[in-house]
Ligand binder design. Structure first.
Ligand SMILES: Cc1cc2nc3c(=O)[nH]c(=O)nc-3n(C[C@H](O)[C@H](O)[C@H](O)COP(=O)(O)O)c2cc1C
Length: 377
């Protein structure tokens, strides 16, 4: 018995009328998305995640987006070294909440598509249509060797991901037994029941930054995540990017929403916010973890000059890990978030140094400002 309609449009709207969707990003990973040594850094324990999920649900946050991460970045904190598996995490949160959409993040090459499709359907039934899927085609090398899986060459990862998502979608929709006869997947007499909640399917997102990754998103996804700055100076550039993505999608007969990511340090005064940001993100940085991240991108002291290495390190700690830093008073943070909406972005996934400590002030001070600007109900 269907309790509520769950059309794809309802799912993409996350069952509400908010113009600017706001999500919480990375809470299933220790340290979240900040390479800090501060003792209050995020634990990612289940009790903390559960409290956060319930708090976000009650405050009207639209979604939670976890990170699919299998090993940490090292350093004193082993940033993101302790993580909860995202689909089981999402299922637990969906059972404990009523409104919020929760994503699972899955590396296509590491999960058999039929097992994955059924796990997604299970989560979607638990959440009555509130499960979303983030597909990762392949990213950190070390994670794959740990599974004994060899990463394909970059573009071939997306060829595989295409067959994988086609198979998942068929498992979600084929009314009868079917075969898959692809270049990578050969599956006989597949049966997959039940189908997702409400006769539709979970929303799908991807965050490929390469051309081939972006084209994959345009062909297959409902939401495309990108990194966009919230400053007014970038408004025009962001608007052009969003409009290009949307028109390329329309040329394929598809509708796609563009989202961004960021980290928030919001305090009553600008000085307090700046001081905490400097203290948490730079002065208390776990530089060995930052180095661990750079190694994944083949950036080491041996491959670039000392000056370039110092720049990349600082940039990675300050911006690359967390996304655009929304640092300031509630007025400033709200205005910068609104700039994303003005540029046509549909929403943003944000992280905090400690989500449980900082989400209440964000919800109390920033969300009402966005409501007054007409961006949230
Ligand atoms: C919002 C966002 C979420 C992402 N989530 C994950 C993740 O959970 N796990 C992961 O390994 N990579 C993740 N990625 C990496 C992307 O999926 C992608 O592999 C990366 O941006 C490189 O792009 P490319 O594959 O087109 O080269 C994420 C990126 C962004 C911007």
């Amino acid at each position: 018995m269907l309790d509520r309609p769950a059309s794809l449009r309802d799912r993409m709207a996350m069952y509400n009328a908010n113009t600017l969707k706001i999500g919480v990003f990375g809470a299933n990973c220790s340290s979240g998305r900040c390479a800090t040594r501060l003792p209050e850094r995020w634990s990612a324990s289940w009790p903390d995640c559960l409290r956060l999920g319930r708090m976000a649900d009650a405050a009207g946050i639209d979604f939670m987006l976890p990170i699919g991460r299998w090993r940490g970045y090292g350093g004193e904190t082993d940033m993101q070294g302790t993580t909860l598996e995202t689909v089981t995490w999402a299922t637990g949160l969906l059972a404990a909440t009523t409104r919020i959409t929760v994503f699972g993040t899955v590396h296509a090459p590491l999960f058999h598509p039929l097992i994955a499709a059924k796990a997604f359907v299970t989560a979607d039934h638990v959440g009555e249509g509130r499960f979303g899927l983030n597909i990762v085609a392949g990213w950190n090398e070390g994670e794959f060797t740990m599974f004994g899986v060899t990463q394909r060459e970059h573009d071939a990862r997306y060829d595989y991901a295409q067959e994988w998502i086609d198979t998942v979608k068929r498992a979600w929709s084929e009314p009868d037994t079917f075969d898959v006869d692809g270049a990578f997947l050969k599956l006989k007499s597949v049966r997959a029941f039940p189908k997702p909640y409400g006769g539709t399917r979970p929303i799908i997102m991807n965050a490929g930054s390469s051309g081939v990754g972006q084209r994959f998103a345009l062909r297959n996804c409902d939401a495309f995540f990108t990194a966009s700055a919230g400053s007014r100076a970038k408004l025009e550039e962001n608007a052009q990017h969003v409009s290009a993505v949307k028109s390329q999608a329309r040329a394929l007969g598809r509708d796609i929403e563009v989202y961004s990511v960021g980290q928030v340090v919001c305090r009553p005064t600008q000085a307090e916010a700046d001081d905490y940001y400097q203290y948490a993100v730079i002065d208390s940085a776990d530089w060995d973890a930052v180095d661990g991240m750079l190694v994944q991108r083949k950036i080491t002291r041996d491959t670039v000059s000392p000056e370039e290495y110092a720049d990349k390190r600082r940039y990675t700690a300050a911006v690359a890990i967390g996304g655009y830093p929304f640092v300031g008073t509630p007025d400033k943070v709200a205005d910068e978030l609104a700039n994303l909406s003005r540029a046509g972005l549909r929403g943003i996934a944000v992280s905090f140094v400690n989500y449980l400590d900082e989400l209440p002030y964000f919800c109390d001070a920033v969300l009402p400002r966005l409501a007054r600007m007409g961006l949230r109900t």
